[in-house]
Design a binder for this molecule. Sequence first.
Ligand code: CMC
Length: 434
Amino acid sequence: MSESKKSSKASLSVDGKTIELEVLESTMGERALNLSRVKAETGCFAFDPAMVNTAVCRSAITYVDGDKGILLHRGYPIEELAEHCTFIEVAYLLIHGELPTADQRQRFSRLLNIHSMLHEDMRSFFGNYPEGAHPMAVLSAMVVSLSSFYPELRLDSDKEEIDTTVTRLLSKLRTIAAFSYKKSIGEPFVYPSHKYSYCENFLNMMFRSPVSLYEADPYDVAVMNKLLILHADHEQNASTTAVRMVGSTGANLYACVSAGICALWGPLHGGANQAVVEMLEKIQKEGLTLDQVVAKAKDKNDPFRLMGFGHRIYKSYDPRAKIAKKLCMAVLNKKRLSDPMVEIAMALEERALKDDYFRERNLYPNVDFYTGLIYRALGFPKEMFTVLFALGRLPGWIAHWQEMRQDPEQKIMRPRQIYMGPAKTDYVHIEARG
Ligand code: CMC
């Protein structure tokens, strides 16, 4: 294949036939070959396992430069958003494309409050999960159940209906998350209240009980806002792709988000925040040395990986991990806590980053390495960590779902395969088999 920079065209020759491919450019200068006509014009598919080299859409939501460690939402650097915004402002930015004015923020907060309760009949669902049910299982099932209680959007739904459904989901996910925790510890549910802000309401539903009149510390509310902002979107990651994939079939928003929650749960994706703390606990419990842990992570015959390390896109320090590491130290200082898990994490990071294996492969801590440790300092059990990631990622999923619905280039997502099974075979009757 040759490429001419001047004309922004590339050419591809297959069996002596040469076709021209358009070279697409992103606003940040990344380039992609337009392969949408390649099958029609050459008879060949593109083969790209795990979509490592494939852009599946044009998007105006989030930009990541993995080499330089840059993350922008609608153009705004994550560092500035985490420093100055509340989570719902960032949610608004992702979903509506711009930061809200004071009036818009007030209206958004009001809608979030109006829609915060769950239909009372849904309460009984929680009671039927067995003790020890993972809150991610409860979360995904409850979200898809919302579709049987609340109206679905149609393709011609107007802006008001879309706004209502979106805020309903944003608000109710928080209530479901808190209820699933209360169920898991056998305490009564605490209802949302209109007097609290988004994160304050969530902390209140999590930690208040009939015997303790918990009031969320404003510091914890601010930390919670930052953490959710760090998770708010990350362009075409596995869970967002799941949301887009399911959405491309025309399924309703609740079903799409439920699929996203299931994809997020995996330990290679959002489940890594729980897996990191479990790894650190194991190191402590078994008295493993850091050399042993690093050797295990490097051993190709051992499936163990250093959880919270590495990233498909970041080949430098994940900017979210930088913020999370700083925040983790600040939270421990503020609360005068010392957590042996944090000490192990920091020593492990230092040890791994000195190792050629990690340096050559550009493996650095990702967002999940320190966020679980902060949630732990705020009092969350580790089974809730991925639920918190889902709560933070929801605006991103919604923004991508909306963008996909409005994109004339999108249709049902349907990848191809290279069939490697047997060629056409004659049917063998059961008596003749074996
Ligand atoms: N520990 C040890 N080796 C690793 C690790 C790790 N955490 N991550 C990557 N590698 C090695 C991998 O074995 C491969 O080595 P080689 O070139 O010798 O075969 C090389 O680095 C490239 O890795 P890869 O598997 O091709 O990378 P990927 O882009 O397919 O996977 C990843 C990305 C995040 C799944 C992977 O780095 C990983 O499993 N990390 C641990 C799980 C984790 O922390 N996940 C959270 C990701 S960030 C937040 C999110 O998306 O939710």
